[in-house]
Design a protein. Structure first.
Length: 384
């Protein structure tokens, strides 16, 4: 299979392994920093940090103005993927966008200066490289710029597992409008929050701190791991403390993001005791909830809920963040309790070039979705 090919119009398509020593890593970083749809989980530093823990079989599909190793190369598109040969139980392969427990967003990186050319190159690349002509984008935005690009180009596509996740977005809101943002909370909810806050502070005042200094991030991760280890995940043997490879990944990711000022750790502290902690990568003024942990010693005090509440208040007061994506799975209410905006998410199956088997792939994926939903319903009924 060729690893580099020329596309119509003179662009170049290439497939490369996730190699931190590759000469083209700066071009990948530059694309991520000015992508049409920002996605911190597909940017170079984060993806390279994750490769050892989650990157088996993952390669990077590149669209560029010249071969990736050539001096001065400019990336127009980048998309980490695996080949799934029998996703549907038959020999009908599909290119699967990279997803894992710390990668909850699947939009490819497109050059903001010419996203149409970037998309065209990404769709033409599989056939030019001898790869299957169908793409599966897990946890992709189900509306907005990506879907608009696909629709404008007339690309056949299908969406699966649609859901909405909580999103805080105060972009462009005046300070008076921000002051009333939480007015949607009911009187009952406000009373519960007030009582929980009083309970949390019964042993002493609790402060919200938002860390961004690179020197503080490593220790903050240690505190986060220890907090999770003290809870049910630690007792079950599934906490971060029992997964050193994942801790190493997070440490590398925080170091890379922290060097660019692109990560925050928000946490509640009483003296030297951490009560709740959230790791938040940044893309501009948008934060993404990567990981949250909280003290489980007093569930009635709800420190995790209080962290989200106080973080929301800080953003509304002007903390330098305008949007927060909860990155939450379906039916997870923590972010949506306080945040009124929603981000539609779905798994997108996309035809890359002319593919006579695309209707079959679309039908098989729909059947797979129905079977999975039926199994979930059956398990829920048995649990009930």
């Amino acid at each position: 299979m060729p690893v580099t090919a020329t596309l119509p119009g003179g662009l170049v398509a290439a497939v490369r392994p996730l190699d931190p020593a590759a000469a083209w890593i700066p071009a990948w970083r530059a694309l991520g920093a000015q992508a049409h749809i920002r996605n911190p989980f597909y940017e170079a530093g984060y993806a390279l940090a994750a490769r050892k823990s989650f990157g088996a079989g993952v390669r990077l599909l590149i669209v560029a103005d010249r071969p990736p190793e050539a001096p001065g190369v400019r990336f127009l598109a980048a998309w980490p993927f695996r080949v799934s040969w029998r996703r549907w139980g038959v020999p009908l392969p599909v290119l699967m966008g990279w997803t894992h427990g710390y990668g909850p967003f699947g939009a490819p990186l497109f050059d903001a200066a010419d996203p149409e050319a970037a998309l065209a190159g990404l769709l033409a690349a599989p056939r030019a490289l001898g790869l299957p002509p169908r793409l599966f984008l897990p946890n992709a935005p189900a509306d907005g710029p990506l879907v608009d690009l696909l629709t404008a180009r007339g690309v056949r596509q299908a969406a699966y597992w649609p859901h909405e996740r909580g999103l805080l977005d105060v972009t462009g809101r005046s300070m008076p409008a921000r002051a009333t943002y939480l007015d949607h909370l009911s009187g009952k909810r406000r009373r519960k929050l007030r009582l929980a806050r009083q309970r949390l502070e019964a042993a002493g005042p609790v402060a919200l701190e938002i860390l961004d200094a690179p020197a503080a991030l490593d220790r903050a991760l240690d505190d986060h791991v220890a907090l999770e280890a003290a809870g049910w995940k630690g007792r079950a043997g599934t906490g971060l403390g029992q997964r050193p490879d994942e801790v190493a990944f997070l440490r590398a990711a925080l170091a890379d993001l922290g060097a660019e000022g692109r990560v925050r750790v928000a946490r509640l502290r009483r003296d030297d005791r951490i009560l709740a902690s959230a790791i938040l990568p940044l893309t501009g003024a948008e934060a993404w909830v990567l990981k949250i942990a909280h003290d489980e010693a007093d569930p009635e005090a709800a420190p995790g809920v209080q962290l989200v509440h106080r973080l929301t208040e800080a953003v509304l007061a002007g903390a330098g963040i305008d949007r927060i994506d909860s990155c939450a799975p379906p039916d997870f209410a923590l972010g949506s309790t306080f945040w009124t905006e929603r981000r539609p998410i779905a798994h997108l199956l996309v035809e890359a070039g002319r593919d006579p088997l695309f209707p079959l792939a679309r039908t098989l994926e729909r059947a797979r979705e129905r079977i999975a939903r039926a199994r979930l319903t059956s398990r829920s009924a048995r649990s009930a």
